[in-house]
Write a protein that binds this ligand. Sequence first.
Ligand code: GLU
Length: 299
Amino acid sequence: MSGGFGRYAPSPSSDLHLGNLRTAVVAHLAARRDGLGFRLRLEDLDDRCRPEFARRQLADLTALGLTWDGPVLRQSERPDVYDAAVAELAGRGLVYECYCSRRDILEAPRAPHHPPGAYPGACRRLSAAERSRRRLTKAPAVRLRAEVAQFGVVDRLAGPSLQPVDDFILRRADGLAAYNLAVVVDDAAQGVTQVTRGDDLLTSSGRQSYLASLLGLAPVSYLHLPLVYNAAGRRLSKRDSALAGPALFERLGGPSGVLAAIARSIGLDAPGGPDIRAQMNALLERFDLAALEIGAWTV
Ligand code: GLU
């Protein structure tokens, strides 16, 4: 192992669907093929997450022949680590409290250079007196005081690009660490150097890389994968329960069938072998990231 890890980081708020499982398998193949280790992390911060989904997600990944190194990291067990990162940024004047509701943000006038959905910055300019007044009626979220509007990232499929950065949330008003903060802190804590995930998150990669640079953490390489769509042309979601969990495994004839369908979707023949570990190893021998044929997949 040459050092460094790939990873898969699902949120246990439903069973994994075929799109999630494809991402997990490619993340595993890409890491092992590059001689990296592989980490598993449960992004279980919000209250839609359930222990039974976590158990089933790990069982499904194991059933497909994935193996990971070290313990599974659970974000719900690490509030102190996220608070310490926010405190470090706060000590450098890089955060501010935000009292805006979703509606305030949607209705705020925005500068022309702001990307759609970016925080327009209303609370950035509040005086200390105004902040004390607002704190009496509303718990604040904590935002990053970003000093750039874009940040460069390199994706192994999409190539180099500039992605938007705004004053994104680090800690939510309910006190939980926000996704972008937890991802960056945990990728570093797990030694992750290669991030594989769905390409809906490519537009988050600039925020995360920028935050990593502020925290003095090494940049990661990205592999954002095209998503999987249902027959109605919508990307798979937790509503597609027929393409997730036990129903999916039954429909495709068990783990070997699921792995075979995923293999074919990335341009590889279904792997032979007496058991799932042998089938995963057969895929590993043939997997070549440089020649990866992977497009959106409609199932
Ligand atoms: N937990 C996120 C999800 O399940 C993935 C986050 C990431 O890979 O950075 O969509």
